[in-house]
Design a protein around this ligand. Sequence first.
Ligand code: UDP
Length: 403
Amino acid sequence: MKIAMVSAHASPLVEPGGSATGGRNVHVAALSAALVRAGHQVTVYTRRDDPHIRTEVATREGYLVVHVPAGPAAPLPRDQILPHLGEFGTFLQRHWSMHPADLVHAHYWMSALAAELAARAHRLPVLVSFHGLGTVARRHHGLADTSPRSRIRFERLIALRAAHVLAASSDEAAELARMGVPRFRTSVVPGGVDPVAFAPTGGAAARGARYRLVSVGRLLRRKGFDVGVRALAELPDTELVIAGGAVGDDIDDDGEGRRLRRIAGEHGVADRFRILGPVSHVGMARLYRSADVVLCTPWFEPFGLVPLEAMACRRPVVATAVGGLRDTVVDGVTGRLVYTPDPHEVARAVRPLLADATLRETWGAAADDRARDGYNWDKVAAATLHAYRRIAPQCDAAALSTR
Ligand code: UDP
């Protein structure tokens, strides 16, 4: 099968951990690599944001990345890409005339908008992974939501026009149903984890004698890092270490970083709290392995690769029961789910785990099994292919006959 992946903003070639990069970059890269391993041809289309980058880059993993000229060849905040999507779509349409694809898989609503405009001329089916919905963002952020005002309206139109929608979690599937998308046109296909890169064995980052909690993610309010900072006040002899990029790229000058440090000061835990800044993706496994418990306490999370990575490193995860975390973390088996982002609840969930190394090991082992067997990228690619076959069975038959 010839698969055109459209990821206008998140390039698979860019390392996560920066201010504007994260799970979506990892997802597009790892899924494309796994589809190539399964015998398919994958081309990823992403916006050119650097004048010196080559138009086409063949990756070691076997997929091709095409840098689409649309707007300035410079980084743009995600929410400023909308005016350049027409140019992006025109490029796709021309490119697909010369390099035909069997189907299009678009990531995030803006990519889907450009993809649907371009695919129409070629009668190509478009599958969409939203990686988060505007309705959810608006519900939690209210007036502070920075998404373009048109996002919610566009997402509904895109979802209704798409050949199929891949929801990242059961929660997202329910949200899509509430938006009027028929359930039979949605499949739940989660994110995944690389079980070789994230494994229980290998070194761990240096740490002291205190218990260690680790949290990971871009320094955004919605990631709820403050819950962990406040919970520290009820967890003596415990430190919290956060890895992730600041929105302004300067960890000391970052608004959310400053706010977290102020909260730590107010709660008398400043000496047990540290923000590391971005950690290279290859360094993440060592960081997870240095933790006793990994904390994920976002307000909302479309999927969340971090808990899976921690689980594959055999660490129990304490998480808020939102979005994809409700599917990945099994309460009382691989970690704990808390139903309100309340520091007392989080401290109450963490305390028994810190007090009992056997419990940590037992839940960590169950977490490792679950992540490795249930969510490795080859399995995610198989579920994705299953959805592709539902909408384009003839392409798969052709692909199989040429092998
Ligand atoms: N990450 C990283 N270095 C950091 C912080 C994060 O490599 O300093 C990676 C992390 O390992 C994970 C991704 O960024 O693969 C975050 O994905 P997640 O889905 O949890 O959150 P998102 O970025 O999509 O909000």
